[in-house]
Design a protein around this ligand. Structure first.
Ligand SMILES: [Fe+2]
Length: 393
């Protein structure tokens, strides 16, 4: 059975009974609000019921489309990579700032350094859930279902179909982003049959940053939405403001979660990577490596053992702190350990970890079940030497 989302949520005004007459006030003409079921996976996934001031279907113009398909290289797929993420150039426009780096048919992993807020058009991803991780910057994600404040360390999950804009408080913003064709959920094993996060889950419902401050603009005019579908951007002009929802309720909505609220699971001996899992899909997992106490067996080796990730590609995005198992790693770096060859701590890292009490490392890991391909932009920021960095001198 498909899993449940966070929790039931409601903003604004809704009718007391679904699918029945829900009317505007007399002063507004007493016309009907326009109800929309906003869901995924046909009618079997999570959904919300929205009430629009105007029909959400009033297309005025379809402007010329443009192709944003990632430019894939034919680089060696067994080569360990280290990408210098902060070498990605900032760009003024939010969509143009997003640089795809690692791609397969399930997911795109990229970095963005947007300088300006996205405010002069709206954006909607029609075929991917988006997961943003805020490395630098503060602001608000503004959607037709409410707004989500964000700051350093926040994940923001934006289900496919959500129309949004983003306000940044300054020009210094660094984001990691994922676009996933498979819906992104919290791990099933953290939840009971009713969808509630259980006691052993490293986070709980109180940690969710839920949408708030529903904006309702009952306005007519020309409103541009850039809709991404199958790597094409479709600029569509609508006749009514996309943020015209008077109220909604349900389970399908954007939400946030701070990595700093992930409570690490520790043990006497080294715990395997799944204890860090934060999100799941059918095609990849996302894990959060957070500051934590080290293993406390008297003979414990806190650094990880070598492991043979024969079935998955492992991507690590380094956020902060000293990453205990690596040498020569800095903020914003991305390492790729491709499936098919084992990897493990750098020379000296295991010995160095013995007797240490805690780590301040902060990193986001994405393990994909199908191999990733590098884009031209990724190759341009690859250090080219990383694959030899385990050699003993
Ligand atoms: Fe690993």
């Amino acid at each position: 059975m498909r899993s449940k989302m966070p929790i039931y949520h409601q903003l604004g005004s809704i009718s007391s009974k679904r699918h029945t007459q829900f009317r505007k006030s007399e002063t507004e003409g007493a016309g009907l609000y326009y109800e929309e079921v906003f869901g995924t996976i046909g009618f079997e996934g999570m959904s919300s019921l929205l009430y629009h001031a105007s029909r959400p279907t009033q297309v005025k113009a379809l402007l010329p489309t443009y192709d944003v398909t990632p430019k894939i290289t034919s680089g060696n797929s067994l080569m360990m990579r280290k990408l210098i993420g902060f070498n990605i150039s900032p760009a003024n426009d939010y969509l143009e700032s997003r640089i795809p780096l690692l791609v397969n048919r399930d997911v795109t992993i990229g970095l963005a350094a947007p300088r300006h807020s996205l405010s002069h058009y709206f954006y909607k991803n029609a075929d991917s859930d988006e997961l943003l991780f805020i490395h630098r910057g503060t602001g608000h994600l503004r959607t037709f279902l409410g707004s989500i404040p964000f700051q350093y360390g926040d994940y923001i999950l934006i289900p496919r179909g959500v129309i949004y804009q983003i306000d940044f408080d300054s020009e210094d913003n660094r984001l990691l982003y994922l676009e996933s064709h498979a819906p992104i959920y919290t791990p099933k094993r953290y939840r009971n049959n009713f969808g509630q996060l259980m006691e052993h889950s490293p986070f709980c419902e109180r940690d969710y940053i839920l949408p708030r401050n529903l904006e309702t603009h009952d306005e007519k005019g020309d409103f541009l939405i850039k809709i991404k579908k199958q790597n094409i951007i479709h600029p569509v002009v609508y006749a009514s403001h996309p943020f015209d929802v008077i109220g909604w309720d349900g389970y399908n909505y954007p939400w946030g979660f701070s990595i700093h609220n992930f409570e690490p699971v520790t043990g006497r001996v080294h715990q395997p990577p799944p204890v860090h899992q934060t999100f799941q899909t059918d095609a990849f997992v996302v894990c959060s490596f957070c500051p934590r106490l080290y293993d406390y067996h008297p003979l414990a080796i806190p650094a990880p053992y070598h492991h043979s990730n024969i079935d998955s590609d492992e991507v690590l995005y380094y956020v902060d702190g000293d990453f205990m198992s690596r040498n020569d790693i800095a903020q914003g770096h991305i390492t790729l350990h491709p499936g098919g060859i084992p990897h493990g701590p750098h020379p000296g890292a295991a010995e160095r970890s013995i007797g240490k009490k805690e780590t301040h490392e902060l990193a986001v890991m994405v393990d994909t079940f199908r191999p990733l391909m590098l884009t031209e932009e990724a190759l341009a920021i690859d250090d080219g030497q990383y694959y030899k960095s385990w050699l003993e001198h």
